[in-house]
Design a protein around this ligand. Structure first.
Ligand code: UN1
Length: 517
């Protein structure tokens, strides 16, 4: 164990979460399967090996799928509020384990400890949400056009839900999916990111205990581990009616096409290119923390991270100086140290992409206001720490149109009316999150109207990241169109059925059709 791990209590956290040096990466609940190949999980915090996870073999994948399909048949017969009770117990276990799990998230993924805890809090919150939902999976009755007939719409459990998650929210995104899927009567197979596999082992240990205490069968919660080939087994598998995938647009394009080819459903939550519009009446007290947290929080590795500031020319210099000034206060360092704001990027590949993006922005004519670069020296040996950069750029630059998962913020000007800023905000291929800072009611309403932001999330006087679980989360265009978490996102985890019942003694046909025999 490294000094960092020892001094920040990681060792103890790993022990509480049941993480060993080598962990089986395949599980159907309380049964675990080991393959020969392993994925080594190195911490971007200090570059040290945290532990290994075995890769799922084809044979073990089959065992998982057999177990999951069998479990579904039992699980769907359990009344939804009782399934909610399982989720309630899971949420309580997460409350008990918030500290160690938050620490593991921070150490394995590199986000600040506060954000690690915040991520576990999102899991707890979605459990609470799902428990309430377990008594509200309501259908509806619909008036029939025929006498003596009634129409209904009801929601049935769907089956095995395949979850593919990204490294940046290594536990919360799984929980958004599973908590809802379980109350809906589905069972889940989760392929975690190979960049944060230990988080999947920890979560599986937690839920496995709850399932055992409730005498539930194997297969309700399964994990598999490995690279994209393991994901492909799921996307091609007709036994999985729904694939929920979070990650890059590149990945989503492949997954979406494969799943559609076999008429499966997919829920895609892909890249964002999120902007904040800063209008003349914007309050700097709100703008600065909103923009800075949005851009540098999670080291710019949220799909909701703020990538672009679209600032009215009349306030441009003032806003620019305030943001640049705030960047001078940012402390980069070990994310487990609560005085630090920005931790490392996930790995050296991410560092290379960050450096490359800065070079591209410069080559396209960008004016660097805060020079980025790799942080070197004591405490930064992992080579994954980078400085948040600010570049004045134009919206049409190829690199600005592209999502770079790193703390690079592009500043650009708009002139005239808010519509011009909205056009710029919408002028990218992605459509996840967006925000406007204004005290003008008309500007705010225009931004939220049908001709306003084209994103799945549109905020007024808050930043682009940090959405609450109660709303549907996801976005349009290349973000993939999926919605998960709150509102009525649960419907994607169920199948809709329309029923018409005739309680008359006649058989009138719909549309007034006569068919006399
Ligand atoms: C993600 O980056 O994939 O809104 C999810 C947010 C978080 C979730 C981000 N609640 O920033």
């Amino acid at each position: 164990m490294s000094t960092v791990a020892t001094s920040f209590g990681i060792e103890e956290a790993l022990q509480k979460l049941g993480i060993k040096e080598v962990n089986p990466g395949t599980s159907t609940g309380n049964k675990w399967f080991s393959g020969e190949d392993t994925i080594a999980s190195y911490s971007p915090v200090d570059g040290k090996l945290i532990g290994k996870v075995t890769v799922t073999t084809k044979e073990d994948y089959e065992k998982v799928m057999e177990s999951a399909t069998a479990a579904f048949k039992t699980f769907r017969t359990i009344p939804a509020p009782q399934r909610g009770e399982i989720v309630r117990q899971f949420g309580n276990k997460l409350r008990e384990l918030k500290e160690p799990l938050g620490k593991l998230v921070s150490y394995e993924m590199g986000k600040s400890l506060q954000e690690g805890y915040g991520e576990v809090q999102e899991m707890i919150d979605i459990c609470d949400f799902a428990v309430g939902l377990s008594r509200q999976l309501n259908g509806q009755t619909i008036p029939s056009e025929r006498p003596g007939h009634v129409m209904r719409e009801q929601w049935h459990s769907l089956g095995v839900v395949g979850i593919i998650s990204a490294f940046n929210f290594p536990v919360a995104v799984w929980a958004w999916n599973t908590a809802l899927a379980w109350v809906c009567g589905d069972v889940c197979v989760w392929k975690a990111s190979e960049k944060a596999p230990l988080c999947s082992v920890a979560c599986q240990n937690i839920i496995a205990g709850v399932l055992k205490e409730n005498n539930l069968p194997e297969g309700i919660s399964c994990i598999i581990n490995g690279d994209y080939k393991i994901g492909e087994m799921m996307t091609n598998d007709t036994r999985i009616p729904l694939i929920s995938a979070t990650g890059s647009t590149r990945m989503g394009r492949i997954v979406g096409a494969k799943v559609a080819e076999r008429f499966g459903k997919s829920l895609l939550e892909l890249g964002g290119n999120n902007a904040i519009i800063i209008t003349p009446t914007a309050d700097l007290k709100v703008v600065v923390p909103g923009a800075v947290f949005g851009a540098v929080g999670t080291a710019g590795q949220r799909c909701t991270s703020t990538r672009r500031l679209i600032i009215h020319e009349s306030v441009y210099n003032k806003v620019r100086d305030a943001i640049v000034g705030a960047y001078a206060q940012i402390k980069i360092g070990n994310p487990l140290d609560e005085t630090k704001h920005v931790g490392p990027l996930i790995d050296k590949d991410a560092v290379a992409m960050y450096l490359n993006a800065i070079e591209k922005a410069k080559a396209e004519g960008g004016n660097v206001l805060i020079e980025g670069g790799v942080v070197k020296g004591e405490g930064f040996e992992s080579g994954c720490y980078v400085k948040p950069a600010i570049i004045e750029a134009k919206n049409h630059y190829e690199i600005v149109q592209h999502e770079t998962f790193a703390p690079i913020l592009y500043l650009m000007k708009y002139s005239g009316e808010v519509e011009n800023a909205i056009d710029m905000q919408n002028g990218v291929a992605q459509g996840l999150s967006s925000a406007i800072m204004t005290n003008e009611m008309k500007e705010a309403e225009k931004f939220l109207s049908y001709s306003g932001s084209d994103c799945g999330i549109a905020n007024v006087n808050i930043g682009t990241s940090g959405a609450e679980i109660g709303g549907a989360f996801g976005g349009e265009k290349e973000t993939g169109g999926g919605r998960e978490s709150g509102s009525d996102a649960w419907k994607v985890y169920m199948r809709r059925q329309t029923n018409t019942v005739n309680y008359s003694d006649e058989l009138p046909l719909a549309q007034g059709i006569k068919f006399d025999l």
